[in-house]
Each structure stands twice: as C-alpha cells, then as structure tokens.
Unconditional design. Structure first.
Lengths: 625, 296
C-alpha cells in the first residue's frame, strides 16, 4: 500500500474464491478503475483465504472494512461507480443473515467474523502472501529477531511452555515440552520439521495458513529450530496442495534472500536451512514416525515409541515435528508473551483454535475462535445455522477419521481438548463437519471406516485386519444383512483395536463407530431390526411414499424422477410405483411440501397407516426424523 | 478368419515354399514366398505379415539375421522356423530371439498345420501383452531426461520419493521399466522402489488419460452427495476408479480431501476445480473437455 492510495481492495484468492471466479472479478475491477482513472487511488491486493468460502468470491474494502460477497463480473461497473466514485457502498452485494433481508456492511459486524479472534490467522485476507514486505510490515519476523538476538534457547522454551500452547495437529501435546525434550539431547545434528500433511477429510486449516501466510510458518520454524538447536528443517506438504507448495517455496526463497534463512541469520551466528518435502498421498504419514520414514524416502510406516523422535527421529537424529497451525502461533507468543496468550481460552486449553467448518451449515469456511467457546456458537452464530428449509441439526463430526460425532444434546459443551474428548470425539486438527437430519449415522461410520481400512499401512494386524472386519459388518448393516449381535461385536472389536494398535491411526479408527453407537444406537437398531434407514440414505433399507393429504400435485417430483416411477395428474396427489423406484431420493429432496416420507424397505402398509404417519408428520414427529 | 492371416514362407529351396503354400492355402491362409533373407525383408517392407516361417540355413542373409531384423523392425510379426538341423544350439539361439515355435524338416502336412494353428492361438492370446509392451517403449529423449534427473539426485539421501514424483511428471506414470531405471540409477533395490510406489496413492503404474478427473471423497463432499456424482461418472464413462477410458481421453481418480470443503462436492479436472457438482451437471462439465486437447 503506497501513501497516495485512499482505498485498498482485498480480493480473496483462496482456493474457494478462485474457483468461484475471484480472478475474473479482479480483472473486471482493474478494467473499471482504469476507465475512471482511479487505478492510482485504489490498490488491489490478492490475499489468501478470507474464510467465508460460502460467499465466494469475496472482497473486503479497507479502511472501512466493507465486505462484499458472491460477486459476478457484471456487478463490478455498478460497484465501482457507486462505492468508489460516489462513495455509496452497494447494499445488495453485501452479506445478509440467512432468512433476513438486512445487509451488514462492515466485516467485523457480520456474525461469521464477529465471534472470531485471529491469532494464527492474523494476516488472513490482509496481505499478499507472495510478498515478504507485506508480512514484515505487519510485524513479521520481529519475533524471530527477538528470539535470535535477545533470547537464549532456554528462554524461548520457557515462554512457549508457559503459554501452554498444545499441538494443533490433534493429540494436543504441549509444544514447549516437546521442544524441551529435544533441546536437552546432545547431538551435532537435529531437525526441525513441519507437518503440512493435512490428511483428515473435511479439514483445510493448514492448507489455508500455508497459502495465506507462508511466512508465519517459516518464522515459527526458525524460532523452534533455534530453541532446540536444529540447523536443518523440512516442511512436509501434501502434493495435492500445489498452491501451498508454490507459496511456501516463494516464501523460503524470499526469506533466504533477505537473510532470514541460511547462514548467520541476522548476525546471530545461527544457521538454519529449510526445504520443502512433498508427500505422496498416504494418510498415515501424518503420524510423526511415519512422516520421518517418508522423508527418508521409504514406505511411511510408523514404528513403536520409545524411542521418541526427540531422541531418535529423522535419520535417527533428534527431531521435533510441529503442525502448521502450532507454528503459526509461535511468533505472537514470543512477541507478546505467555500471559497474553493465556488471556484467551481455558487453563488447560489456552489460546485459539482454527476450524474448518463445513457440511450442512450456511457459512462454510475457515474460522478461528477462542478455546472454550460453546460448540453451539460456532455452528449457529458463526456457521449461520443449518442450511435448507426444514433441515435440522443432527450431529457435528470433529476430528475426522480419528474423531467422532457429537449429538445435539451435547452441543453446548465448551470447545476444549478435555471437553471434546469426554464426548468420545477428539479435537483433532480442526475439521468440523456439520450433519443434518438427512445424514445416516451408520453410513457416516461406514464412510470413515472405509477411509481408515484403505489408509491403514498394514504393519500391525489389529488395524489392518480389524478395520476391515468392522467395515464388513457396517457394510452388511447398511445393505440389509445386519443381524442381532452386530452392534456388540463392533463394540468389542473397537476396544481391542484401540488397545492393541501400534499408532494413532489404529488407536483412533474405531472412534467414529463408537460415538455413533453411543449416541445413535437406535439408528443402528432400526437398520438391523426394522430394515429401515430413516434418513433414506441406505438404498436397500428404505422406501419412499407420498402422503396423499400433504401432496399438492405440483409435479416437481414427477419431473425429476429418473426412473419415471411417479405417477399422478396435476393438482391431484401423486403416487410412487415401488417396483420402479430406484430410491435415489431426488423426489424427497425436491418436494417443497414435505409430503414424501421414508419408510422401511418393502413397506406395503394400508393407507390408514400412511395417514397415521402423516398425522405424526404434521405434529412434527415425522417418520423421516 | 483364416483368410485374414498373411504368412510369408522363406526358404532357399523352392520346393519347401511350394509345399507349404499347398498345405496352408488349403486351410485358407494367404501365403507368399521368399527365396532368402534379403527377399523376405523386401517383401515385408511392402506389406505386413502376421507370421514368417523361415529356414535358418540360407546363403547371404541367413535365418537368424532375418529374425533379428524382424524383432527389431516388425515386432508384431510372429516367427516360426523350419529347420532340418534341430540342433540344440541353433534352436536355442532362435528361441532366445523370441520365436514362437519350430517345424522340423522334413514335415508332414498335419505337423505344419498344427504348429501354425497353435501359433495363431498363442498370438491372439498374447496380443494385449504385446500391445502393452509397445506402450512401454518411450522416446529416447524422454528416457534421457529421466536419466539426467535421476543422476542429479544420486548422492542425496532420501531422494527416492522426489525422484518418483519427478519421474511421474516426465513419463506420466511409473511402469516397471521406469522403476527399474530408477532402481539402477539410485542404487536402490527394485523391490524397495516398487514397495514405495505401491505404498503411496500419488503414484500410479497405469497410464493416464488426456484429462484427469479427480473426485474428492472427503467428509464434506460425502455429506453433500459426492458418491452419486461418482456413480454417474462411472456409469457414463464405463470406467471404474483408477481406470482410463478406451479412447484414452479421461482417467478417473478418487482422492482424499482436496481441502476445498467450502465448495463441496468438489471435482477437479486437470487443474480446474469444479464446485457444487451434481449428478445432473457432472457429465456436461466432463463433455466440455472432450473437445479440448491434452493438458499442457
């Protein structure tokens, strides 16, 4: 931003917005500004992920913080004319609360942003991630300078330890302690590693940080390397994240050029070199010992611990592995101190946590909140509640394949490591997938078991064989071959797998099954005993029926039916011919009058029974719930 | 069937050609004759043959030289030999060159017919293998680039995975021949190279199509119905995950979370991310790539 610019336009260039067309929006704005000779007054910056991916493409106008969303190129001439020439922000392009008309102009007043506190994401949407100057302008590398020139390694570790920050990768091990273990080991060679192998399906926090603020990760690594005495570091990134890789490489080059990496950094006598290592697609490589094997160029299989990596890690040398988000938190801690860090969060879970909020909510996106915030606030206020008319919150999945589903009855728990673990889920790396009443919990458990069975490295039998047997049982249940005792077998197997697996993958793989059984046992039972998937997801276990009393005969379902199984005249109740129905659910999703019900497979009830079901539906206790 | 099959009989004794002609033409095969290795090469340059039946001992260009030429220049042609000296030595040489079978001289019509029929059957069975082998022949420039790349990593510890990633960029996939080259170049056992290739989902031993369709199987995409989208693609392209369409236009891959959950369900074709894909929309999106050439 140069002096004479009166306005800065932050155009989001995160993956979400780019695919929604934000680069075309940028071009359109540039064209319009040129036409009006405003290009010198108004600067445009392409930033990393702004967070509100659901509204993409989004832009924020500074200094007034006016937020525009869902822009189309054809909106731009009007926007430029009104806002930048006449000075009247355009209401119709602003954010509106779901189900409300009133536009909210200022970003920090939008509920999605209002409840957030940005620490790891402090530069989100504010800087061009490809320019080191912009990072430095926002106090970037000040903490590294402080750590290298004013602090001893022991002092660095003390601050990080006092801050109480816990590893953000999932297990929540105290970062300061990890550094201290490694620092104590005498060795000529040590390694500082960063885990950017974000593998949990439904999680994209680390990707966003690496893309939006790569220098924050590098600075965290420099400080960590200094603390433990490592001169070499690797950032292990998934090959599926090409933009993150590109930006990190640019950042490493720029930092090396500026003398912030390499030999004798800032004249402190400390050397640190950093390289990117591309992962090759194996979920288990998120496990620390497996990740180190992978950097060595081998099959990424975990090994028993001890010895811990702090003693024998990469190439048998003492190593520390930290998650991306953890590292992004380090520089503010060094700069502002442990006390400052602890002013948010709880005693045992201080600070903030970044979540990737996705699934059935209105505002999907990236959020950073203080620890201890109620889960409900995240889902209802920040997430804007459940998307779609008539849909209801059912559960939220936290922790990916290692985590579990938290039901509505527990939605008021504070989000901390301890409280989430009590529910049977785990904090995990921060994936938060919201599910509504149209999701089947048996199907959900099966989805995660498919994942872990496929990703099990095969080294230890409890995980390799156990997950496969569990998956077979779940497949049977969801396809109508479930039998009495299956639920108990699943529980027994789960406990055995947890107790005997070698690494975290196996030890946590049964969690999705255990939590769904714990909170949604009736759903398992109705699959097994009644051959009834009430959500209408398991095709072999449901049938769709139109309730005559509720059907208005609009014909929407009839037009959308791929197998022409629906018959009926206009304005008269329609009927589904069961023999033709392929149970694709398209009628169910189409119907605006809630007149289609999910009943057990092969249901051939009397009309009177259907009427009863309809009456129940009217009183709010429908069969579909 | 039989009249599609063209056979060239090579012998310096005209009577052998004549009798072969008589016996095999009665079976419906197309038979030409050549009186020596040189004549055979000239004939084969004019038109393709399915099989060559050749004598080994001939003046000027002999049978072994002819077989070597065929293997190099007409590898799709099957070779049978007729020999009056079925000594271990000559037969062994010929077998090593990859002949299908041999006919001892003198022979009865039944023996000749039998050997030819078996050769045809064998060749039909092995056609796919042959075709595959042909694919694995890469342009020398590509192999040179591969070797250069491998040697630049030679002394770096832990370089196997980066080398495999670069090799896959260069060749497009990692067939056994490429893995062997890497094994030699880095001095790592081939079994270990293969172990790493098969461990990581990023590596593929199958060739890929002009366009790569990646369907995200992450949780958010699952919750929003990606499996129906995937089914639609499979049904319409007639391929499963990890396979390639017959016209080599598309290959289909299922990937773990792409980290773009805000856009779920997500599909990536080449480098374009397509968001909120529905079963209805998906084939329309894919069809747009049909007319586009291979990605740069």
């Amino acid at each position: 931003m140069s002096e004479q610019q009166r306005v800065s336009l932050m155009v989001c260039a995160g993956t979400g917005c780019v695919s929604a067309g934000s680069l075309k929006i940028k071009e359109a704005i540039e064209d319009e500004l040129k036409k009006r000779s405003l290009e010198k007054e108004i600067g445009i910056v392409l930033t990393g992920c702004n967070g509100l991916c659901a509204g993409g493409p989004v832009i924020a106008v500074y200094p007034d913080e006016i937020f525009y969303q869902k822009l189309r190129p054809e909106d731009i001439p009007h926007l430029v004319e009104e806002h930048f020439v006449k000075g009247r922000p355009v209401q119709k392009l602003m954010y509106k609360m779901p189900a409300k008309r009133k536009a909210i102009p200022v970003m920090s007043e939008i509920p999605f942003f209002k409840h957030q506190v940005l620490r790891a994401l402090r530069n989100k949407g504010l800087i061009d991630p490809e320019k080191i100057e912009e990072y430095i302008a926002r106090d970037g590398y000040m903490a590294a300078a402080k750590a290298l020139t004013e602090m001893t390694p022991g002092e660095i570790i003390k601050v990080v330890k006092d801050s109480g920050i816990r590893g953000r990768g999932g297990a929540g091990f105290p970062t300061g302690l990890k550094w201290e273990f490694c620092a104590k080991v005498q060795s000529g060679t040590k390694f500082m590693l960063c885990n950017g192998d974000e593998g949990d399906p439904g999680a994209f926090m680390d990707r966003s940080i690496m893309e939006a603020d790569p220098h924050a990760v590098i600075e965290g690594m420099i400080i960590g390397a200094r603390a433990i005495g490592a001169n070499m570091g690797y950032i292990y990134v998934r090959a599926e994240y090409p933009l993150a890789v590109k930006r990190l490489q640019m950042a490493i080059d720029a930092a090396t050029e500026a003398g912030l990496l390499g030999k004798n950094i800032l004249d402190s006598g400390f050397d640190f070199n950093l390289e990117i290592y591309l992962g090759a697609g194996a979920f288990v490589c998120g496990e620390e010992t497996a990740l180190m094997r992978s950097i060595e160029g081998k099959r990424g299989m975990p090994r028993p611990r001890p010895p811990f990596p702090a003693h024998k890690g990469l190439w048998e040398k003492p190593s520390v592995l930290n998650n991306v988000e953890t590292l992004a938190n380090i520089s503010p801690i060094i700069l502002h101190g442990a006390e400052w860090y602890r002013n948010l969060g709880t005693e045992k879970s201080p600070g903030t946590k970044v979540f990737a909020l996705t699934g059935a909510v209105n505002n999907v996106g990236l959020v950073e909140v203080p620890m201890g915030i109620p889960l409900r606030t995240i889902i209802n206020d920040i997430g804007g509640g459940i998307k779609g008319r008539g849909r209801k919150f059912k559960a939220v999945q936290m922790g990916g394949p290692s985590g579990g589903c938290i039901p509505e009855s527990l939605i008021d728990i504070p989000v901390t490591y301890e409280d989430v673990v009590k529910t049977g889920a785990i904090m995990g790396s921060g994936g938060m997938v919201v599910m509504d009443n149209n999701n089947c919990m048996v199907g959900m458990a099966k989805f995660f078991l498919e994942f872990t069975a496929e990703e099990s490295c095969g080294k230890c039998p409890p995980c390799r064989v156990g997950t496969k047997i569990m998956l077979d049982i779940l497949t049977d249940i969801s396809e109508g071959r479930g039998k009495e005792g299956d639920i108990e077998t699943l529980e027994d197997l789960s406990h055995d797998i947890i107790a005997t697996s070698l690494c975290g993958l196996g030890q946590t793989a049964p969690n999705p099954v255990l939590t769904t059984i714990r909170y949604f046992r009736d759903e398992y039972e109705s699959h097994i005993k009644d051959r009834w998937c009430k959500a209408g997801i398991c095709r072999e276990l449901c049938s769709f029926h139109i309730i005559e009393e509720l059907c208005k005969g609009c014909g929407a379902c009839l037009r959308g039916c791929p197998s022409k199984a629906i018959v009926g005249e206009k304005k008269k109740p329609h009927r589904i011919i069961q023999d033709l129905c392929v149970r694709c659910r398209s009628c169910y999703d189409t119907c605006k009058f809630n007149s289609i019900k999910v009943l057990p497979a092969g249901f051939e009830g009397e009309p009177s029974e259907l009427v009863e079901t309809a009456a129940a539906a009217k009183s709010g206790k429908g069969a579909a719930e | 069937m039989a009249d599609d099959i063209k056979i060239l009989v090579v012998d310096d004794e005209p009577v052998v050609i004549k009798s072969c002609k008589r016996i095999l033409e009665a079976e419906g095969y197309n038979i030409d004759g050549a009186s020596g290795g040189r004549e055979a090469i000239i004939a084969m340059e004019q038109k393709p043959y399915d099989f060559v039946i050749t004598d080994l001992k001939m003046p000027e260009v002999d049978g072994i030289t002819l077989i070597k030429w065929i293997k190099k220049s007409r590898p799709e042609t099957g070779v049978l030999i007729i020999t009056g000296y079925p000594s271990q030595e000559t037969i062994k040489d010929a077998l090593e060159l990859g002949i299908i079978d041999y006919v001892p001289k003198p022979f009865t019509p039944v023996v000749l017919m039998d050997v030819v029929a078996r050769a045809i059957e064998w060749k039909q069975k092995s056609v796919p293998a042959e075709a595959k082998k042909k694919e694995e022949e890469f342009p020398p420039s590509m192999m040179a680039e591969l070797d250069r790349m491998i040697s630049s990593y030679r002394d770096k510890p832990g370089s196997l995975i980066p080398v495999l990633q670069r090799a896959q960029e260069i060749v497009g996939y990692l067939p056994p021949i490429v893995q062997k080259r890497i094994s030699k170049g880095l001095n790592i056992p081939a079994a270990e190279v293969h172990g790493v290739v098969s461990f990581y989902s990023f590596f593929t031993m199958q060739p890929r199509g002009d366009h790569i369709i990646k369907v995200c199987l992450g949780t958010a995409c699952y919750v929003k119905g990606i499996d129906e989208v995937l089914d639609k693609i499979k049904e319409n392209l007639h391929i499963g995950v990890g396979e390639i369409t017959e016209d080599r236009k598309f290959s289909l891959e299922a990937v773990r979370c792409l980290g773009a959950c805000g856009l779920a369900p997500v599909m990536v074709i080449d480098h374009d991310t397509h968001s909120a894909v529905t079963p209805k929309k998906v084939m329309q999106i894919i069809d747009e790539y049909r007319t586009v050439g291979a990605k740069a």
